[in-house]
Design a protein around this ligand. Structure first.
Ligand code: GDP
Ligand code: MG
Length: 177
């Protein structure tokens, strides 16, 4: 999880967006601290967490921003998106409504963020396959149409969380290099 004394070559700001309770904070906890909590309360306080990793021999500090519960009040401000070079658009595979809201989030994101922002669509809670409400194919098709990366993750089981972040960070890295 990174040697704090190492020199940083890049800082990439990545924002997490999506409806409340889809698992954004747990995805971040898994990535930044390798932790997971089943009874996570609506996030308060912490604006972002960081983790430094190495991509092609350069140290990249990923600064991941979490909405801190603002999604409930549609109060995600432009300051949240400012300077973001990556975005993770998260829905819950067991709650179709959270997938139905993705176009709205995408519109908001495209309205606020840089045109070249790298976006990944994430269907979280893939461990709850028996409660699945959103077919993988539907999400894949949407992502393809909109030019987004796409992965299903489980913050609980730590499935694809690392891959999702690496996909975004590696793509950003290749754009700036
Ligand atoms: P947020 O509002 O989007 O930040 O969602 P949270 O990260 O707070 O998660 C909401 C609830 O879903 C919590 O009870 C989490 O423990 C649970 N949760 C998050 N990710 C997963 C997952 O991958 N699988 C399962 N089964 N539950 C999850
Ligand atoms: Mg949260």
């Amino acid at each position: 999880y990174g040697d704090p004394s190492q020199k940083i070559d890049y800082v990439f700001k990545v924002v997490l967006i999506g409806d409340s309770a889809v698992g954004k904070s747990q995805i971040l906890a898994r990535f930044a601290r390798n932790e997971f909590s089943l009874d996570s309360k609506a996030t308060i306080g912490v604006e972002f967490q960081t983790r430094t990793l190495v991509i092609e021999h350069k140290s990249v500090k990923a600064q991941i921003w979490d909405t801190a519960g603002q999604e409930r009040y549609r109060a995600v401000t432009s300051a949240y998106y400012r300077g973001a070079v990556g975005a993770m658009l998260v829905y819950d595979i067991t709650k179709h409504q959270t997938f139905d809201h993705i176009p709205r989030w995408l519109e908001e994101l495209r309205g606020h963020a840089d045109k070249n922002i790298v976006i990944i669509l994430i269907g979280n809670k893939s461990d709850l396959e028996n409660q699945r409400a959103v077919p993988t194919e539907d999400a894949k098709e949407f992502a393809q149409k909109e030019g987004l990366f796409f992965l299903e993750t489980s913050a609980l089981e730590a499935t694809n969380v690392e891959t999702a972040f690496l996909t975004v960070l590696t793509e950003i890295f290749s754009i700036v290099n």
